[in-house]
Unconditional design. Structure first.
Length: 281
């Protein structure tokens, strides 16, 4: 009898060890999957974020007012509906006609010439209004380079209370809020945006794909220089390979994260908050 009990005890112990090994194996797989997912999201954020790492991620803090040129009323209405739908997800209003336009969406068969003219005649509409220098050459080159959709974004650095800075020849100072390692005394906001669509190169995409692509450009201000090839994003629409049918779940999650995290955080902290938000179960 004692021998039987010892045998059963050994069998039970071995079963527990095997179960424990399976559990450990499962945990290891979960860790690998989680790490792989975080790396993929990190790569995605890196492409959407501004290349100038000292800058915070800009987002709109005022309602959108969009003007369309070169497109039919029906096409403009559809693109507008895609922008409105995405804006609602992040609690951003889109105003009707009669407002002061801060977004221009233009379709042209002379997009290359227009882009060059805009860059050279209105260089202050690119980059940050708080920076007195001309826009970086990398941005100018990217805007002038042939592409289906290109965009020019003007941002501004404001203090926590929403006021811009007075310069007077000195670097801007913020007297209304104090900064720390985890909180900045400033935030970056989008002031205006021009989206230029090349009518000659625009082929092989649906109106929904184009509308979602423009909506993401307007709301997220992705880095125009970034290569989105192979990324799970509507931004890969014109990068070759498979084309997403619209904004991907990752795109939608990024927009929600961008407009949910505190705007007054240093760039590195913002990136960490975005990563945590987007990888949250």
């Amino acid at each position: 009898m004692l021998a039987v009990l010892l045998y059963l005890a050994n069998v039970a112990s071995a079963g527990e060890q095997k179960l424990s090994q399976r559990e450990r194996s499962g945990l290891e797989e979960d860790v690998v999957v989680t790490a792989s997912r975080r790396r993929a999201v990190e790569q995605y954020i890196d492409r959407v974020s501004p290349a100038e790492q000292r800058r915070q991620m800009a987002r709109w803090n005022v309602p959108l007012c969009i003007k369309y040129e070169g497109v039919s009323a029906s096409v403009a209405s559809f693109i507008q509906s895609r922008i409105v739908e995405s804006a609602k997800r992040v609690l951003l209003d889109v105003e009707r006609k009669g407002c002061n336009e801060n977004v221009l969406v233009k379709l042209s068969d002379q997009a290359d010439e227009l882009a060059r003219a805009w860059v050279h005649l209105s260089p202050r509409r690119i980059g940050s209004a708080s920076d007195e220098s001309l826009p970086p050459k990398r941005l100018v080159d990217a805007i002038e380079a042939p592409r289906v959709v290109r965009w020019m974004t003007l941002t501004e650095t404001i203090n926590y209370d929403g006021l811009n800075f007075d310069y007077g020849g000195e670097k801007p100072t913020n007297k209304l809020a104090s900064a720390s390692l985890i909180r900045s005394s400033t935030r970056e906001v989008v002031r205006s945006k021009i989206v230029l669509i090349d009518a000659v190169r625009l082929k092989g995409v649906t109106l929904k794909q184009l509308g979602d692509h423009i909506a993401f450009v307007v709301l997220a201000s992705p880095d125009i220089v970034a290569d989105f090839t192979g990324q799970n994003s509507i931004m890969s629409l014109f990068s070759g390979g498979s084309r997403p049918t619209g904004m991907t779940p990752q795109d939608l999650r990024f927009l929600k994260a961008l407009y949910s995290i505190p705007p007054d955080r240093p760039p590195a902290v913002q990136t960490g908050l975005l990563l945590d938000y987007m990888t949250r179960d």
